[in-house]
Design a protein around this ligand. Sequence first.
Ligand SMILES: *Cc1c(COP(=O)(O)O)cnc(C)c1O
Length: 377
Amino acid sequence: MLIRFNKPYSTGNEHQYMTLAMQNHKLSGDGDFTKKCCRWLEQHLQCRKALLTHSCTAALEMAAMLADIRPGDEVIMPSYTFVSTANAFVMRGGIPVFVDIRPDTLNIDEAKMEAAITDRTKAIVVVHYAGVACDMDPIMALAAKYSLIVIEDAAQGIMSGYKGRPLGSVGHLAALSFHDTKNITSGEGGALLINDSHFIDRAEIIWEKGTNRSRFFRGQVDKYTWVDIGSSFLPSELNAAYLWAQLECASKITQARLNVWHEYHERLQSLERAGHIRRPVIPDGCAHNAHMYYLLVQNLDVRTRLIDHLQSKEIYAVFHYVPLHNSPAGLQYGKQQGELKQTEHLADCLVRLPLWVELTNAEIQYITDEVRAFFDH
Ligand SMILES: *Cc1c(COP(=O)(O)O)cnc(C)c1O
């Protein structure tokens, strides 16, 4: 039984919607499907404005422009994240200041953030790892105290919540990903979500390559022209049409993934009790989206052997982020706040198990039986 790590789910409507987009004879961005997707995100994620982008990386780059990051400005973020979280700010001359993570959720440790604030600090970027929310209340309070902008890297967080609020609706700005490896996908894709409405006008300009084209189409100015920095951030209508099919089924997809997640969680409980592994922790008040199922084992050696064992049984489990703070570019462009002990340790111990919509209970049983067999020997 060969079990791949990821298998993007298709709802069956993608083809039809892409054909419709082609029949509309408008494949560039900001057509009907883009507008439908933006409206859906605004309604379901309760943000003031959503702008589709061609990736989460692009949405983070837009956020860095909107936060007006200038050379030497410091941006607080975790080291245990994807490179784009940092790169988007480094491209504006910003300095990532890496803060350690919490051992329970692997999210940035809010208790260690205040010590990282200096008079150069401009923004905080939080990453909702595995679609499980960061503790946003103390983070927003800290940001208010020091007048900092909070950007949620919610790449993994669509359809998750924090104390009843959708992820992506809590910070001033947020970025979503629709990459093939995420819960809702368009191959490559993303969105910028804006909650602080004073960013909306400038966000539209940056999105439209630095022009006031959006205002022109609304009849608010009589010609459109170059007014600010910007770039090409729109996805084509083909991608938006594909995404629309996925967004329509977002609840169904999330529920199916949660079923897989809970099946793993139950089957692995005894291994946790026996002290071999630690299972994911979901704090009170967090509603997650089953983006990931991971285990934490004792150390790097056990992890390497577990992944090898599973691979010998044709089960493709993987490790995840290599921390950024001690990577070549992290050392060159970033700074670290104190020691990042949890980051360094947990990054070595984490194993992600296959998780996709059509994974069957029989396959999950096979996987968890092989995890158990590994620890039994
Ligand atoms: C996937 C991911 C990204 C990048 O998303 P793209 O859409 O591929 O640009 C950024 N941050 C995090 C935390 C991610 O998981």
